[in-house]
Design a protein around this ligand. Structure first.
Ligand code: SF4
Length: 338
């Protein structure tokens, strides 16, 4: 197909934190407390081509998991447009939306909490394809056996319960469940974070083999740059709800342009050379309840100037396919003349 398979245009996701009972009571006497708004995702533009593997990276609390859930249709966007194969998901018919929901599957971090402990694997994996009419009920058992084989599990285990498997095997069950509805796009949210390093490598290899065999597209969400480095075609860096840099994996690791990306790379233990060049990241990510004005990164940025505190930097193309949002690449960080 031509054009991206998935596009986000100015997508934001906000959550409202309701007032507690004491604040509501105080409001009866004119205290004026207001509900607080969490800006989890703030105006994200992103286009993903069919067959591409995009790594979405940032610290815990940067909004990457929320963005993944918006992509997977679990959370509706508060504003902006999500397009699947060019069509806005918000204007799809019920039938089109159902097809898109099946085509985009999410694989979660903790397989144990995302697998129903009271269901056998044959039902965990086989229920959705039967319910959605992809497989006749009579063929469910054989279909599940084939799915388990595809993800490297012994099909004879299909009558077991999740607690009878190791962490790596449960991760494979989660992948089999997603594959069972014949998706084209997988959103993997920290899908290997809970696994030992050797098991991580096996599951990452499985993802890449499935990409080759089935032509899958991936949005691979991780806080760990070393995990996404080897499997991503492109890496997108997020900070406090915004995309701050996006480039091919090789360009980003060779020459990160945003101070936040540089700091993240300095924290990757295997990249000794980067550690020498860039200051490691200090401090905590601010609360998305009260994001700093201007560039969200300015309280932690070693290169911040007066302009950074008041003006949001726009994403600018620095080289073909390489964009970053930093005033250093757009006239400097000094105060703008009035
Ligand atoms: Fe740092 Fe300013 Fe660039 Fe933000 S805009 S990353 S604060 S230099």
């Amino acid at each position: 197909m031509s054009g991206p398979i998935l596009t986000l245009e100015g997508v934001s996701k906000r959550f409202t934190k309701p007032l507690d009972a004491a604040s509501r009571f105080a409001n009866m006497f004119g205290a004026g407390y207001r509900e607080e708004v969490v800006h989890a995702v703030d105006g994200v533009d992103l286009a993903i081509a069919e067959g591409e593997v995009v790594g979405l990276v940032g610290e815990s609390g940067c909004g990457k998991s929320t963005l993944g859930r918006v992509v997977a249709g679990i959370h509706p966007a508060s504003s902006g447009t999500v397009r699947w194969q060019g069509q806005p998901t918000a204007t799809m018919s019920a039938q089109e939306r159902r097809a898109a929901t099946l085509a985009i599957q999410m694989i979660f971090q903790d397989p144990m909490s995302s697998l129903n402990p009271r269901m056998r694997v044959t039902d965990i994996v086989g229920e959705a394809p039967v319910v959605h009419g992809l497989v006749p009920k009579a063929e469910q058992d054989g279909y599940v056996a084939a799915m388990l084989e595809r993800v490297g599990l012994d099909p004879s285990y299909r009558r077991r319960y999740p607690h009878q498997f190791s962490g790596g095997q449960r991760a494979r069950i989660g992948i089999a469940r997603a594959l069972a509805v014949k998706p084209r796009f997988l959103v993997c949210d920290e899908s290997v974070a809970a696994l030992d390093v050797s098991i991580q490598a096996q599951v990452l290899n499985l993802f890449m083999n499935l990409r080759d065999e089935l032509g899958l597209t991936y949005l691979f969400i991780s806080h760990d740059l070393s995990v996404v480095r080897h499997l991503s075609d492109r890496v997108v860096i997020m900070y406090l709800g915004r995309v701050v840099e996006s480039a091919t994996a090789s360009a980003l690791f060779k020459g990160p342009q945003h101070p936040y990306s540089q700091a993240l790379l300095a924290n990757v233990p295997t990249i000794a050379a980067r550690r020498k060049r860039f200051a490691a990241l200090k401090g905590e990510i601010p609360s998305p309840l009260h994001p700093p004005p201007g560039c969200h990164f300015h309280p932690r940025c070693p290169q911040a100037g007066p302009r950074c505190k008041v003006e949001r930097p726009a994403l600018r193309e620095l080289a073909s396919g390489h964009v970053a949002a930093c005033h250093l690449h757009d006239g400097g960080v000094g105060a703008r003349a009035a």
